[in-house]
Each structure stands twice: as structure tokens, then as C-alpha cells.
Design a protein around this ligand. Structure first.
Ligand code: NAP
Length: 205
């Protein structure tokens, strides 16, 4: 499928590589424009394209939002209408500044900025180096590293689950976007290397 990526940092680069190697058409963007991404797209190969954020959002049938949380206002909402949007972001006030989430989960807050997008939180609990190295399609699902997901749209979560499995991980569902508070920074499941079985035990699911 066509996948647009907003953000070409640690997580954006890792997902661009994994998803393009899995056979998807990937377009990636950053804050400085496509000319600054030529070396990266050349190194990634697999036809990965460099775009502006707006064009990456337009290009993707599914779009991954992986820019710093505090820059959420720059996510191009209009181009994402009707699309599945994976939100990888974590809110760190010391990095992102003080933002009043109004009691919402981090992803529900992002989703409020993208009212017509089908937001799924995923990939926020795994360090980028582990994302790059720990996927293993040869393992049974239960024994793979868990990637926690959350969202309000079951069909969107099913699509994201398949992508996660294609790159060698197993999706474990924490519930709705509001439920995704259980996978935010500081929670017991944020960070540890858990198999899918261990992850479900940790959630009592
Ligand atoms: N690092 C991890 O291991 C990890 C793990 C899980 C989740 N996360 C979360 O995922 C998100 C991304 O993390 P990261 O470590 O990949 O960040 P990062 O390495 O700092 O990269 C951020 C990327 O976002 C781009 N960007 C910044 N502001 C932008 C804007 N206004 N519009 C468009 N693009 C913009 C940057 O482009 P420029 O370079 O051009 O500014 C850069 O390519 C964060 O919320 C983080 O908490 C990180």
C-alpha cells in the first residue's frame, strides 16, 4: 500500500526502511523539505520518495505521524481526512513545552486536531533501535515482540495490525484512543521488551 511518513527522524527512518522492505510504496517528509532527504531516500532504496509533509499526507493511503508531539499543529489535517493515521508520538513536557491536554490521552488530543482521520496509536512504546532490530517474521505471533496499538476504528486497527505483523512484530490492543493512556510514558508497558503473550498478561487481557 502507499504509506506516507511525516517525520524522518529515528522512528520515521526505521519505519520507512521496514515498510519499504516489506514491499510498500513509501514517501517520507521532514520539516525542511524534500531536498534535505535525498541522501536518506538514496540510502533506503526500494523507491522511497522524498516529499513535503503535505505531499506525504496526500500520497499515503495510510500515513504515519512521527514528529515531536509539540509540533502537532503542523500535521496537515486536511490532507489526512478519511485516512488511517498512525500516531507514534509521546508527550515529554521538557522537550515539547507545556501543553494542556484537557485530560485527554496524548493520541486523543492529536486526534482532536485530525477530526476526520482514523487515528491509531502504535509504535510509541518501542525504542527505535529495537524497532530496527527486533522484528522477526519467522517467529509465531505469540513469541514476537509486542507493539501496543489503540484506536476507536476497528477496521483501521486491523490494517495497522497487519502492517505490524508484516515487519515481524505482534500487535496487542490496549483499547480505545482514550484507553491508550495505559501505553503512555511512565506506564509499566512503556519500554519493556515484552512478547505478545507477556504483553497481554501485563494488560490482564
Ligand atoms: N526515538 C524513539 O526511540 C521513539 C520511540 C517511540 C516513539 N517516539 C516518539 O515518536 C516521535 C518522533 O520521535 P523521533 O525520535 O523519531 O524524533 P526525531 O528523531 O527528533 O525526528 C523528528 C522528525 O520530525 C521532523 N519534524 C519536526 N518538526 C516538524 C514539523 N513541524 N513538520 C514536519 N516534520 C517535523 C524532523 O524534521 P527536521 O529534522 O527537518 O526538523 C525529524 O525528521 C516523538 O513523539 C517521540 O516521542 C520516539
Amino acid at each position: 500500500m502507499k504509506i506516507g511518513i511525516l517525520g524522518a527522524g529515528h522512528i520515521g527512518k526505521a519505519l520507512a526502511r521496514l515498510l519499504s522492505e516489506a514491499g510498500h510504496e513509501v514517501g517520507i517528509s521532514n520539516s525542511r523539505g524534500p531536498d534535505t532527504l535525498r541522501d536518506l531516500t538514496h540510502a533506503l532504496g526500494h523507491g522511497v520518495k522524498a516529499f513535503t509533509s503535505e505531499d506525504a499526507a496526500r500520497f499515503g493511503e495510510l500515513v504515519i505521524e512521527t514528529i515531536p508531539f509539540g509540533r502537532f499543529m503542523d500535521i496537515p489535517a486536511v490532507q489526512l481526512e478519511g485516512k488511517i493515521v498512525i500516531d507514534t508520538a509521546n508527550y515529554y513536557p521538557e522537550r515539547d513545552g507545556q501543553i494542556d491536554l484537557g485530560g485527554l490521552s496524548e493520541s486523543a488530543f492529536i486526534a482532536r486536531h485530525l477530526p476526520k482521520a482514523r487515528v491509531v496509536k502504535a509504535f510509541n512504546t518501542i525504542h527505535f533501535e529495537h524497532l530496527e532490530s527486533q522484528g522477526d517474521t519467522g517467529k509465531p505471533l505469540d513469541e514476537r515482540r509486542a507493539i501496543f496499538i489503540a484506536g476507536d476504528d476497528q477496521d483501521a486497527k486491523d490494517v495497522v495490525t497487519r502492517l505490524i505483523e508484516e515487519i515481524g512484530f505482534a500487535a496487542v490492543d490496549t483499547g480505545s484512543l482514550e484507553d491508550s493512556k495505559v501505553q503512555q510514558p511512565g506506564t509499566p508497558i512503556y519500554g519493556p521488551d515484552l512478547t505478545a503473550v507477556q504483553a497481554r498478561e501485563a494488560l490482564n487481557k
